[in-house]
Design a binder for this molecule. Structure first.
Ligand code: NAP
Length: 496
């Protein structure tokens, strides 16, 4: 390969399910020398980082897993987080990926060398290494968002962000505030409400919550899944089809299928009415934007905590912190021992990409996206970024389960590397023209989505970037995505 001896065939950044998927596929394509660099101290990505109480997958586990590696032993329809972490470990062992992994290594910068046609990847330990290919698998929700509330530095109690949970923390008898009401908070709040002396939930924007049909998977069913894998495949097909319908009709084709979307909102409202007694609280918990503008979630336990005498819903915004608590804009003072930040992640300022990437002609990927428009061909490739597969890109997220995105990208890698081999080439770069066509097509398709055809004004959704464009989701069905990843025109890339 080339004249210069490179350190690796490929560097993959991130040892979560995306990075492992890419690792498996590149190995299948004959690349043996991989370095999978992970800033955390173990593999599993989000399922390693997140271990707050109540954590569970909120896409049924038959779907939230690799289709080619079903796990017959999920204990529940929606498996607890620890089982996902175990599943990640199983994948790393079975596919012999651990030997490529290095932990506690954060990539800070990568730059393309156009003469030698390789990437130089710099890490926070001051080292650098070269590789023919660079794959970023740094996740969508990996850079915690920690708001800079006035006076927070003076607060003398404990502060926990949900991504840095202290497993020894016990809320028993404590006065706790949770800021945020996203999918994470919805899982965590019922756990805290069981123990805290007083729990105040600071809500800025309510979330749509629909019932979660969850149950323990009986041993007999687990045995059936193990002995007759086709049965689990069938369960996956049924569940994936339901999610697909929700996504395609509820979100992407909002304009044509408004009643489906409205039905989901009605279901959530009925759920709220059945669970919360107080009318004012119900009103405050009801979103004023269309279902699907921001990611809805599933829970049977969230709404009902607001009936508990120890739980208060605070909708007046945080004005400032004092050493002992929070003053809200309406003047209410809430004294607390613990502050829980369920404030989510920063996607568009610090995560796309997660580190500086300098391509051909000095193109700085992050700057290019932020100063222009967020774009990536098929959600994986960018012009002037040769030999870069950027797995967490604008328009890359397909369907509701992240595994659809990952498996589509694995198909893309397979097709691209098969073509490289056929041509005896080592470098690929998507053409400007193909990229523009994909961007135009995605932009146009999104016209019918809830993001533009619906009312999302008050949603504060992370699906929208700082330019007000909804550039996270790929506007096609998962079936269409998988098909396209398998059949994109090969001359959408140039090869050398
Ligand atoms: P999130 O959805 O971004 O929610 C963050 C929350 O913090 C929002 O309610 C937000 O309010 C609030 N917030 C942020 N800054 C604030 C500020 N300065 N003042 C007041 N409130 C503030 O983050 P998340 O709940 O961690 O969930 C992120 C995503 O992770 C989910 O959408 C989902 O895709 C995924 N997730 C999945 C699972 C699962 O499958 N098990 C579980 C949890 C999360 P605004 O809405 O007003 O900004």
């Amino acid at each position: 390969m080339g004249e210069k001896r490179l350190d690796h065939d490929a560097v993959i950044v991130g040892a979560g399910f995306g990075g492992m998927g890419a690792g498996m596929e590149l190995r299948r394509q004959g690349l043996e020398d991989l370095a999978i660099l992970e800033r955390e101290d173990d593999l599993g990505g989000t399922w390693h980082v997140n271990h707050y109480p109540g954590l569970a997958v909120d896409i049924a586990s038959v779907t939230y897993s690799y289709s080619f590696e079903p796990n017959p032993h999920w204990s529940r329809l929606f498996a607890p987080g620890a089982e996902l972490k175990k599943y990640a470990e199983h994948i790393a062992d079975k596919y012999d990926l651990r030997r490529h992994m290095e932990f506690g290594v954060a990539v800070v910068r990568a730059e393309w060398d156009d003469d030698g046609r390789f990437w130089t990847v710099h890490t926070d330990d001051g080292r650098s290494r070269t590789a023919r290919y660079l794959v970023t698998a740094t996740g969508f929700l990996s850079q915690p968002h920690i708001p800079d509330f006035p006076g927070i530095g003076d607060f003398t109690g404990e502060i926990l962000h949900t991504t840095a949970w202290d497993d020894d923390y016990d809320a028993t008898g404590k006065r706790v505030a949770v800021i945020g009401t996203g999918a994470t908070a919805v899982q965590l709040i019922p756990e805290l409400a069981r123990k805290a002396k007083a729990l105040t939930v600071f809500q800025r924007t309510p979330i749509w919550v629909v019932p979660k049909i969850d149950f323990a998977i009986p041993d007999g069913v687990q045995t059936l899944f193990e002995k007759v894998p086709l049965t689990q495949k069938a369960a996956r097909l049924v569940n994936t089809s339901l999610l697909e319908a929700l996504m395609v009709f509820g979100v992407l084709h909002f304009k044509q299928a408004k009643p489906g979307n409205k039905l989901a909102a009605l279901l959530s409202k009925a759920h709220l009415r059945a669970q919360v007694r107080d009318r004012k609280t119900r009103r405050e918990l009801t979103p004023s934007y269309d279902f699907g503008c921001k990611r809805p979630t599933f829970s049977n336990t969230y709404f009902r905590v607001f009936n508990q005498p120890n739980v208060t819903l605070q909708t007046s915004p945080v004005e400032r912190f004092t050493p002992g608590g929070i003053i809200s804009e309406d003047g209410t003072e809430t004294e607390i021992d613990t502050l829980v930040l369920a404030t989510g992640f920063n996607l568009w300022d610090t995560n796309f990409p997660a580190f500086q990437i300098i391509g051909r002609d000095g193109r700085d990927l992050g700057k290019w996206w932020r100063e222009g428009r967020f774009q990536a061909y098929e959600g994986v490739a960018v012009p002037k970024m040769p030999n870069l597969l950027s797995l967490n890109s604008p328009y890359s997220y397909s369907g509701l389960s992240y595994f659809t995105t990952i498996e589509g990208q694995m198909k893309h890698i397979a097709r691209l590397f098969t073509e490289l081999r056929r041509r005896g080439a080592h470098t690929f770069e998507v053409t400007e023209d193909a990229n523009t066509r994909y961007l135009d097509r995605s932009t146009k398709a999104l016209d019918s989505s809830v993001f533009y055809a619906g009312d999302c004004a008050t949603s504060r959704s992370y699906y929208f970037n700082q330019h007000g464009e909804a550039t996270l989701l790929r506007p096609s069905s998962t079936l269409a995505t998988l098909h396209e990843m398998d059949s994109f025109p090969l001359d959408d890339y140039s090869y050398a």
